[in-house]
Structures are given as C-alpha cells and as structure tokens.
Design a binder for this molecule. Structure first.
Ligand code: AMP
Ligand code: TRP
Length: 339
C-alpha cells in the first residue's frame, strides 16, 4: 500500500451518536482491528464534533463517546498499538477544517448524498456544520497526512471529496503537501443492510430496533432479531449468482461471511441448498459467539469510566504530536504570520 511520496498511515472515525451496530462492527471496527497489526501506524477517532452537526443531548454524547471507546477496545483495538482519541481534544482538526472550508466549493458539498439524506426535505433548517461536515472529515484525515482510510461503502463519496480538497489545496498553493488518500472498502460486509428491508442500509437512526443488531444487545436479543429477519421462502441457492434479486438473503449471507471472516462464495459452498430455518440458527449461533463477548467486554469497560478517559487523553496527546507540525506547515503555506 503506497500513496506517492507519503509514509503509509491509517486513519478512520466513527460518530459517537449512540446505537453502535453490526454494520459499524463489520464495516469498520472489525476491519480497524485487523489493520492494527499490519505494521502501519493507525489512528482511530471518536468524531464528537461530527456528531453535533445534528442535535445531541450533552449527557448522552458524553456517554456515547465513552461507550464508543469501549466498543473500539472490546472489538480488539489495543490503545498500546493504535491511537484512540476523541476529535474535540485535538484542536488541529477544527483549525485545518477552517482552511478547507475556504478550499472546498459550495457546489461540491451540495452533491453529498449523506447531507441530502440527513437534511431531508428541510435543508434550509439544517445546521451549517452538517453542510460543511465533509470539510471537517477531510481535515480529520489530512491533519495526519493519512494515506489510507478504512470505511464502509457509504463513506466513499466523502473520501473522494477529501481527495478533491487535497488536490485543490496542492494545486492552488503550488505544493505537493497533502496526500491523495485511498479509501479502503474491502470485505464481504462493507454495506450491511437492514434486517427488515434489504434495500436500506443498517443504520443507527432506523426507528425499528429490529432492523439492526446493536453492539450492546445480549445473546437473546441477537438470536431473536436474526430469527425474525425478513427473508423470502426459497432455500439458499448453490452460488452467489442465485442471490440476484434476493437482497435480504444476500444480506444474511454477507453478514455470515463478515462474522466468519470468509468470502460470501465460501458461505455458499457450505450453506447452498439449506432453507432459512436451517441457515438462520447457524447465523444466530455465529453472531452470538462473535458479538456477545464484545458486548460483555463493553459493559465491563464502562464500569471504569476514568480508565476510558485516561486512554482518550493519552491518545489525544499522541495525535496532537503528529497533527501540530502538519498544521504549522499548512499555516506557513497559506501565509499566516506566526512564530
Ligand atoms: P457512523 O456510525 O455513520 O459514524 O459510521 C461509522 C463507520 O461505520 C463508517 O466507516 C461507516 O461506513 C460504517 N458503517 C455504518 N453503517 C454501515 C453499514 N450499514 N454497513 C457497513 N458499514 C457501515
Ligand atoms: N463520516 C463518517 C461516518 O459517518 C465518520 C467520519 C468522520 C470519518 N471523519 C472521518 C470516517 C474520517 C473516516 C475518516 O461514518
């Protein structure tokens, strides 16, 4: 993995807005943990400043930030190997975001599908922060000169915008300073769909709790949600082509593959021909085996909030040490006077 002229460095972020779910685990957390031992420096951030682009109750935000940190650690991230921190504690993110607000164009932001989805019909009433969200996200990544960003499929457009911002900055100032970051969207489950509707992605904001498996669900809840997941009456086909036009079945196969750490093809080789009354219990057992220990570890970690806060503070100090010289150099390129 190389991005011309830059040392490889991995960055990714998750919003502490509650309801961490299976999509976050398979699309992000599990893959973050897998990347941690690749020999590349890894930074993972709880993006609390992104969370407040829509209203967050302060007490809930505090809880969700700590719970997300517990979720990172319970999913296998080791604070001794990865830098874990919350965004607001490294002021350089906001400082670089301002510069990027002046580089990015209104037209670019207006095209962002996440903004359109989140703002809904009443875009005039959305916060300015929600509109500028992708410029802050570009700053999150580029303040570390991160070269690779593991994310779920839904973030692809934001990473493309990050590349556009880096390229325009480099071009406008006649420098080769910011890397053109690569999105890393790999694996069987980069887009986990709702358990109630195979055309909608699994999301923390879905009003139906049955649509998602939360990382805090216990074994019974996980098994029940899988048992009740929407499917069709046909048995599983013998290969992936046979799943064409069967989004709910395809989703359960992808979830199985993601949890087992195998390809969707390998799942079909094993499970092809089985009915859902046979496949669902196997999936439920696998999901419980993988997720219940994580949810138990999360509750254990949440009993010692001061330890979580200590981990976040250490992470922020390490992150700042990388970010500060990059911000200083950016200011110099832009023409800000200072020592
Ligand atoms: P968010 O919770 O929106 O901050 O998302 C955090 C990470 O989880 C991002 O990398 C997303 O791409 C990923 N993610 C969110 N929902 C899903 C999903 N349904 N399937 C796969 N990845 C997801
Ligand atoms: N926008 C991402 C999401 O909703 C969260 C995020 C913020 C992020 N900053 C980031 C992801 C930087 C990767 C890199 O999921």
């Amino acid at each position: 993995m190389t991005v011309t002229g830059h040392t490889p460095r991995v960055f990714s972020g998750i919003q502490p807005s509650g309801n961490l779910h299976l999509g976050n685990y398979l699309g992000a957390l599990k893959r973050f943990a897998d990347t941690q031992d690749s020999g590349t420096q890894t930074l993972y951030c709880m993006v609390d400043m992104h969370a407040i682009t829509v209203w967050q109750d302060p007490a809930k935000l505090r809880h969700a930030t700590r719970e997300l940190c517990a979720g990172f650690i319970a999913s296998g991230l080791d604070p001794a190997k990865s830098i874990l921190f919350n965004q607001s504690q490294v002021a350089e993110h906001a400082q670089l975001a301002w510069i990027f607000n002046c580089v990015a164009r209104m037209g670019w932001m207006k095209r962002m599908t996440q903004f359109k989805d989140k703002a809904g019909k009443n875009a005039e009433n959305a916060s300015l922060g929600l509109f500028g969200y992708p410029a802050l996200m570009a700053a999150d990544i580029l303040i570390y000169h991160a070269t690779h960003v593991p994310v779920g499929e839904d973030q692809k457009q934001h990473i493309e915008l990050t590349r556009d911002i880096a390229a325009k900055f480099n071009h406008d100032y006649g420098v080769d300073f910011f890397p053109i970051t690569e999105p890393v969207i790999e694996g069987a489950a980069t887009r986990v769909m709702s358990l109630r509707d195979g055309s909608k992605k699994m999301s923390k904001s879905d009003p139906s709790d049955m649509s998602r498996i939360n990382m805090t669900d216990d074994a019974d809840a996980i098994a029940k949600k899988i048992r009740k997941a929407k499917t069709d009456p046909e048995p599983l086909p013998s290969d992936l082509d046979g799943l064409e036009g069967r989004p709910e079945a395809r989703n359960l196969v992808n979830i199985y593959a993601g949890l087992a750490g195998i390809s969707a093809e390998a799942v079909m080789a094993d499970m092809g021909g089985k009915t859902f009354s046979e496949f669902k219990p196997a999936l439920a057992d696998l999901a419980v085996a993988r997720l219940a220990p994580i949810s138990e570890e999360m509750s254990r970690l949440m009993q010692d909030v001061s330890e979580i806060d200590r981990i976040l503070a250490n992470g922020a100090a390490d992150a700042r040490a990388i970010a500060a010289p990059i911000l200083r150099k950016t200011y110099e390129i832009v023409g800000m006077v200072g020592a």
